[in-house]
Every structure is written in C-alpha cells, then in structure tokens.
Design a binder for this molecule. Structure first.
Ligand SMILES: Cc1cc2nc3c(=O)[nH]c(=O)nc-3n(C[C@H](O)[C@H](O)[C@H](O)COP(=O)(O)OP(=O)(O)OC[C@H]3O[C@@H](n4cnc5c(N)ncnc54)[C@H](O)[C@@H]3O)c2cc1C
Ligand code: FES
Length: 258
C-alpha cells in the first residue's frame, strides 16, 4: 500500500457516470478494497476521494474505477482525459470475505448505484472460481443500471429492478432478494445506498451472513483522522470503528443504524 502516480488511459462517460482506467504500478487487491484518488488539479480540493476498485490487472499495470458525479472532487475526476496524471493510495480497507469453495449454496450480490462496481469485481472472482451467485441490481431508473453487459458477459446476467419500471421488474431490489433467501443462500454481499443496506441487513439477520460495504466521508483513508467512524456492536458493546480500516466491509448484524 502506498501513494503512487498513475496516468489516465481511458475515461468512458455515460450520463453522470464514468469508468476511469489508469496505468501504473498496481499492487494486487481484493474485491471490496478501495483507493484514495486525486488528480493533478492543484490545491482545491485538497483531499483525495475514496473509490472502490472495479477492476485491476497488476501484470498489465491497470486499475479501473466507476464513479458518479456528486460534487467537486468527483466532477474533476469525471473530467480527466487520457494522459492526465493522478495519484492513488491503495489498495485500502478490508475486502469482502470470499465464500467457501464451490459446492455450497449460491450467494447473492446486492448492489445499487455506485455500490455496483466492487460487487462486479467480486462477481468476476466468483465466476473465475466457479462459485454460483445471483447478482441483484436495483436502480431508480434504467439509466442508473450499471455494468449490466459486463455482468452478463461473466455468464450470470444480473436480475435488475427499477423503481419506475423502465427496465427489469418494477420495485425495489429487496423483492428478488426475498425470493432468493427463501430458495436458500450461503451469504449475501451488498453495497449501495444506506437504506438498501439497512433493509438487506434486516432481511438476512438470523438467517444468513450478510457482508455490507459501508460508505463514509473520508479524510485520510488509512486510519489516522477518525473522520469515517461508524457505530458497531461488538460483544454487546457499542464501539466506533473506522470504515477505512476495520471496513469498509462489515458484518451486517454488527452494524448499528442511526
Ligand atoms: C469506501 C468507499 C468507496 C467508494 N466507492 C465509490 C465508487 O466506486 N464510485 C463512486 O462514484 N463513489 C464512491 N464512493 C463515494 C465517493 O467517494 C464520493 O461520492 C466522493 O468522495 C464525493 O466527493 P465530491 O468531492 O464529488 O463530493 P463533495 O463535494 O465532497 O460532496 C457532494 C455531496 O455528496 C455528499 N457526499 C460526498 N461523499 C459522500 C459519501 N461518501 N457518502 C454520502 N454522501 C456523500 C456530500 O454530503 C454532499 O452533499 C465511495 C466512498 C467510500 C467511502
Ligand atoms: S478516513 Fe481517516 S480514519 Fe478513516
């Protein structure tokens, strides 16, 4: 783990989303880990922004991220062109625990919005290890469904829901999750908006382990500033843990929702 220089190789934009691929020295990482990324834009904004790893190829020296414009830092990253320089610190954080080898019950990956990229990285690993999974993706509308073709190319097309019914089944992603839970799952992996994560944790509690990747505003990304703490239950006690260090992936039954 270290801050390294990278060069932008591609930046493919679609609406407010872009897939940014950078080249440089790449340390092997695990699905669920992230980088703190910053462009060469001078002093403002000063802090890098956390982005989950969408894909990596340490041998080729490439890393990719999918981001959505929400504010100044993400807008500047969105505007980067091939040849621009970025610095990135990583890989950071604790990854999703891999399920046991093939043969067990399938697992479900439940994603929404920019929670989808780390789950696509996980899906790629599961497909490579022939571990059966269902990918459930929820969005407000069809334009917010992400990486659907990449997922289908892995051999397991995602089951999509949209709130307005413009693609997939109309409704929330928790509806197909309820069906999958009844059919039997080994574990559930989720990343996305807090309301979705809270619902997933509640549905899985007492039935099946859930591994949730949480978001928080981050300062340093490596455990020093304490800007990213969330309340967690440990042995019945309420403690605060750092999303960047003890997370971003937490046991769904341990997360205390505020
Ligand atoms: C571990 C981790 C992985 C992430 N992975 C991705 C990813 O793969 N792709 C992606 O697009 N985004 C990802 N994010 C979120 C991303 O880091 C933020 O959207 C980004 O930092 C916002 O910076 P900004 O300067 O554009 O927005 P700011 O100008 O800082 O904020 C703009 C608005 O967005 C809100 N906001 C900013 N950051 C967050 C946040 N983390 N959670 C909730 N609201 C926020 C602010 O309250 C404000 O209203 C991740 C966050 C974490 C913690
Ligand atoms: S971002 Fe600084 S401690 Fe987590």
């Amino acid at each position: 783990m270290g801050v390294r220089p990278y060069t932008v190789l591609h930046n493919e934009r679609r609406g407010p989303y872009c897939t940014l691929t950078v080249g440089g020295e790449v340390e092997p990482s695990e699905p669920g880990q992230f980088y703190m990324v910053r462009g060469d834009w001078g002093a403002d904004p000063l802090l890098p922004r956390p982005l989950s790893i969408l894909g990596e190829d340490p041998a080729a020296g490439t890393l990719s991220f999918l981001l959505k414009v929400v504010g100044r830092g993400s807008s500047l990253l969105f505007e980067l062109e091939p040849g621009h320089k970025v610095t990135a610190l990583g890989p950071l954080g604790r990854p999703f625990p891999m399920p046991p080898a093939p043969g067990g019950p399938p697992v479900a990956l439940v994603g929404g919005g920019v929670g989808v990229p780390p789950l696509v990285f996980l899906a790629r690993r599961l497909a490579a290890e022939r571990i059966p999974y269902a990918f459930l993706q929820g969005a407000r509308t069809k334009d917010d469904l992400l990486l659907v073709e990449d997922l289908a190319a892995l051999g397991t097309p995602p089951l999509c829901t949209t709130e307005d019914g413009s693609a997939g089944a109309k409704g929330l992603v928790t509806a197909p999750l309820a069906v999958a839970l009844d059919a039997g799952l080994g574990a559930v992996y989720a990343c996305g908006p807090e309301g979705m994560l809270k619902a997933v944790a509640g549905m899985c509690a007492g039935r099946v382990p859930s591994h949730l990747s949480l978001e928080a505003r981050m300062g340093c990304g490596y455990g020093v500033c304490l800007g990213c703490v969330v309340p967690i239950s440990r042995g019945g006690a309420r403690v605060y843990e750092r999303v960047c260090q003890e997370g971003p992936v937490f046991d769904g039954e341990a997360v205390l929702w505020e």
